[in-house]
Design a protein around this ligand. Sequence first.
Ligand code: TXA
Ligand code: MG
Length: 347
Amino acid sequence: MKTERCEIDALIDNRKVYLYAAEALEAGKLVAIPTETVYGLGADALNAAAVARVFEVKERPSFDPLILHIHQAKELERYAVVEPVFEGMINTITKLFWPGPLTLVLPKTDLVPDIVTSGLDTVAVRVSAHSAMRGVCKALGRAIAAPSANKFGRISPTSATAVEKELGGQIDLILDAGACSEGIESTIVRPVLDEKGRPALELLREGPITREQFRKIAKIVKPKYQSPEAIQAEQDKPLAPGQMKSHYAPQKRLQIVEPEAVFVPTAGVRYGLLTFEGTSPLAAQDCWSSVVSLSPGSGRLAEAGVRLFAMMRQMDESTEFDEIVAEAIPTHGLGAAIMDRLRRASV
Ligand code: TXA
Ligand code: MG
């Protein structure tokens, strides 16, 4: 199959491209669509056969559910049930963070095919802030089911070129809008009742909307953890399979060095260092074949987030070294999501 690539130019009206992509989705085809977080592999959410192809192409286990992307918050209740007890909290969250990198997990309506939710009675929904994802949702007139456009367990793509390398030849169309502005997948939360029966939130995946931001709105309670082994054994339904310990994995071995720690290289192995700013004592050690900075010079977490997956891909492809060493970064704000991805990549 030839994978077509269409450019999206932020300075012009792209409605024709969005319509073209929507027609492809309508015909059951798969289209990679940029969002502000990472590129998604989109299918018409109400076409179970098309959604099945998403699982096939991604080699994704059938127990790992997809996120629905909708054009605007008003459409939420077509796909999800807003229970009265959570209505106030959900309104606050959607007003503050939609469109944006935030996914809500709520009970699903009957409209949503079981294959989208892997048989769960809940569905994950978000309104992306990217005009392309929203534009195609609008043109299609219904939700688009879209996981990140990478093979299961691998590094998420933050550019059209990265999608092409992962899935080229296996999907019909890629919309190319350049680099993603966030670079890290959306934060996932689920409204629950705390032990006193009051509305609270489970933080199922760390992301660009931070724990600190949610704390101002609601109490955050620990998700009920299910080990990946239990999930595999039962072929059961994970709370958020992004919780699986190993994820976002490069092919090279990746290990993390904690702050202040000294790295002891093994003789004969060539190492590349993934550092935050490049100014740390670790970066000054003389054992690196290559040093890559997430935020060269400026030390900004947002810049590190945008560059994380692209730098991991670049390091994975480099022939200059055999293994990746990642320096732990500060875990406040967005740093928590970045460290979450690095830790899973290191298992
Ligand atoms: O930023 C993002 O969220 C990107 C872009 C494309 O929107 N999408 C993305 O999708 O990261 P994916 O499939 O790579 O990750 C979706 C995560 C998975 O960890 C999945 O288990 C979880 O969402 N999820 C989906 N439905 C769920 C549900 N009903 N309950 C709990 N977790 C769910
Ligand atoms: Mg993913």
